[in-house]
Design a protein around this ligand. Structure first.
Ligand code: SF4
Length: 220
């Protein structure tokens, strides 16, 4: 049964505080087997009121060691793409589907995603970004509840949950492997995100402060 993350925050009502409480809970999480092999939990980083949120797959070796998502070469490319649309890492929020590293960087398993996805759902609900950008197949398939691959879905904006737009793109690691063509497509996708943010002018859907049982259905 999927764990329930939401109704245990007592009198804490501010979304930033709730996010901190959620992080504290994740940092000691043992809800799946990855707790046995991780070095540390990589909860997420960035502005808790960010207009743009990135969702990747899972921590890699560097992330597992440093406790921060998208460090190393993939992180540098992400920073470069952000810079090209006039944004910095400190302005956005970055998280992964899984908060702990799968051994050897193997693919996430369905049971691990089921155990962990509640953290991501609550992160998105609390941050309530205007645009969510999924990085790669796993995040895209989970958040759009689809089996369609990233190559077909990338660069297409989707009206999504809480009034946000969702834009899928490749994982930066794929661009590092795939060369100029993939990196160029990512640049197009980031430019689309820039135009969406410019069009919304900072308007965002009001945060859903009350827990809605129907939201448990999100992410499959
Ligand atoms: S991957 Fe997620 S569910 Fe599994 S132990 Fe880490 S935080 Fe908990």
């Amino acid at each position: 049964m999927a764990p329930n993350y939401a109704p245990q925050w007592g009198v804490v009502s501010d979304s930033v505080q709730i996010l901190e409480a959620l992080k504290a809970r994740a940092l000691v999480c043992t809800q799946c087997g990855l707790a046995d092999t991780r070095t540390q939990v990589v909860f997420g980083v960035g502005d808790p009121r960010a207009r743009l949120m990135f969702v990747g797959e899972a921590p890699g070796q560097n992330e597992d060691l440093q406790g921060e998502p998208f460090v190393g070469a993939a992180g540098k490319l992400l920073d470069t793409l952000l810079d090209e649309i006039g944004m910095q890492r400190s302005e956005v929020y970055i998280a992964n589907v899984l908060k702990c590293r799968p051994p050897g960087n193997r693919d996430p398993r369905p049971d691990e995603i089921d155990s962990c996805k509640g953290y991501l759902r609550e992160q998105i609900r609390l941050i309530s970004p205007e645009v969510v950008m999924t990085l790669g197949n796993f995040a895209t398939k989970l958040l759009l509840n689809t089996e369609i691959g990233i190559t077909r879905l990338r660069g297409r904006p989707h009206s999504w949950w809480l009034g946000a737009m969702l834009v899928p793109t490749f994982h930066p690691a794929a661009a590092l492997r795939g060369g100029d063509r993939v990196a160029g497509q990512m640049r197009e996708d980031f430019a689309l995100v820039r135009s969406l943010l410019d069009a919304t002018r900072g308007e965002r859907a009001p945060m859903e402060r009350d827990f809605e049982p129907s939201q448990m259905e999100l992410f499959g």
